[in-house]
Design a protein around this ligand. Structure first.
Ligand SMILES: Nc1ncnc2c1ncn2[C@@H]1O[C@H](COP(=O)(O)OP(=O)(O)OP(=O)(O)O)[C@@H](O)[C@H]1O
Length: 252
């Protein structure tokens, strides 16, 4: 590749390569960070304003052009004010190392989760647990009920205990802790999904279609345990297979 670039008479050093890779990676992580959050609509809004700004210049609408110019002139400040919460979160994630790498879920978290899932399967208690990985689940967590506690079998059983306020919706595990409960997930759509699957299972498929999260479902009707990864669901997993799937997907 370097020979090819040399033949084009372009000065391309290894520093340029490192520069491009780093900038691409930072943009990729930023896109993952804001995906599915309110920040996306704000960015669309800002793009729209930019288009109106350039069009007003082209079509000679000078007052509008001047007005938007004043606003967009301080865009850096506007972005900081609009995204102050997200910027704070991104910086603290970066400090904690989460910005650069995918979280590994500890063995003890998987063990507690499996114990709770098996117990809920036996008692036919419906449950939906999502384990966040590198795609931040943004607004989904924020719209649920914040918990921030260690993952324990007893806490999971308490959350999903029938007819309690938090038993509906999903629990989100982030950084090896229960971040929130009662979270509403996007449903999987389309013909490819089995008609026999209800909304709990479709929600598990939906969230894993939109992100790299892993979702586990306990069926209230059948007591079966299913795992969804990448929009695909594997149903009726018994203890050994369930543990194997979770360990191989999460503990790497
Ligand atoms: N979008 C969603 N996000 C999170 N949880 C959801 C969502 N939709 C449904 N649920 C949960 O699923 C429950 C309803 O499950 P439903 O019986 O429709 O699905 P199912 O896949 O057939 O599950 P089950 O086999 O347990 O009956 C709701 O009470 C709620 O707790």
């Amino acid at each position: 590749m370097f020979n090819f670039l040399h033949s084009l008479n372009l000065q391309f050093s290894w520093q340029d390569l490192v520069d491009i890779v780093l900038v691409a990676f930072i943009f990729y992580r930023l896109i993952l960070l804001i995906r599915g959050t309110r920040a996306v609509s704000v960015i669309y809004g800002l793009f729209l304003l930019l288009i109106v700004y350039y069009s007003s210049g082209v079509f000679g609408l000078y007052t509008l052009h001047w007005l938007l110019g004043q606003f967009l002139g301080s865009i850096f400040l506007v972005v900081i004010i609009l995204f102050q919460k997200d910027i704070r979160k991104a910086l603290s994630a970066m400090g904690a190392g989460r910005f650069w790498m995918r979280d590994h879920v500890g063995k003890e978290v998987i063990d507690e989760l499996v114990l709770a899932l098996l117990e809920m399967g036996r008692s036919k208690t419906g449950a939906l647990v999502v384990i966040e990985r590198s795609t931040p689940l943004g607004d989904i967590v924020e719209r649920g009920v914040e918990i921030g506690a260690l993952v324990t079998k007893d806490l999971l059983l308490t959350i999903f205990y029938p007819d309690t306020p938090l038993h509906d919706g999903a629990v989100i595990i982030r950084n090896g802790r229960i971040a929130a409960a009662g979270c509403i997930l996007p449903l999987a759509v389309g013909l490819k999904h089995r008609a026999s699957l209800g909304t709990r299972h479709r929600a598990a498929m939906g969230i894993t279609e939109d992100s790299d999260a892993l979702a586990v479902v306990v069926s209230e009707e059948r007591g079966t345990i299913s795992v969804a990864i990448g929009g695909k669901i594997t149903t009726s997993l018994e203890e050994v297979r369930l543990k194997r799937v979770l360990v191989s997907a999460l503990a790497k």
